[in-house]
Design a protein. Structure first.
Length: 148
């Protein structure tokens, strides 16, 4: 089954801050040009880390929604859905490089949770196609930001 267009477009739009962060890290002159117009938190690695923590936490809510359909596995689904937000709370925020590393680990782990929920039949059929694409773009952007 193909990814519904609205989900794909909104998902890709959600990757833009990660790409922007990587771009303004690799090209600091672009970030400097944008600085008078944007909050400094929205340039370079700062946008990736700030936004990454928000999105990783947001995904806990998405998984929570899937857990509502889990029947006898519901308690496990609810418990597992809290992992991305708790991971963010405990491991993201101890410096830029460490936070980027932890977000990469967090998004990779989230993909594992996505797969678990998918295998239990709790997600749409197209869910993993979307999640693999978005996770690859996010992890690539974070890696570029980290290595630049």
């Amino acid at each position: 089954m193909s990814i519904p267009r609205p989900a794909l477009v909104l998902g890709l739009a959600g990757v833009l801050p990660f790409l922007w962060g990587a771009l303004t890290t690799v090209l600091p002159e672009l970030g400097a040009t944008a600085m008078p117009y944007l909050n400094p938190r929205l340039i370079g690695p700062f946008v990736q880390l700030w936004y990454g923590a928000i999105i990783l936490s947001f995904m806990s809510g998405v998984l929570w929604g899937f857990a509502t359909k889990a029947g006898d596995w519901q308690a496990w689904g609810y418990a597992l859905s809290t992992v991305p937000a708790l991971f963010c709370f405990f491991f993201v925020g101890a410096g830029a490089d460490n936070s980027a590393d932890m977000l990469i680990v967090g998004f990779a782990g989230l993909l594992g949770l996505d797969y678990l929920f998918y295998r239990r039949g709790l997600t749409p059929d197209w869910w993993m196609q979307l999640r693999v694409l978005l996770t690859a773009l996010v992890v690539l952007s974070l890696t570029v930001g980290l290595l630049a």
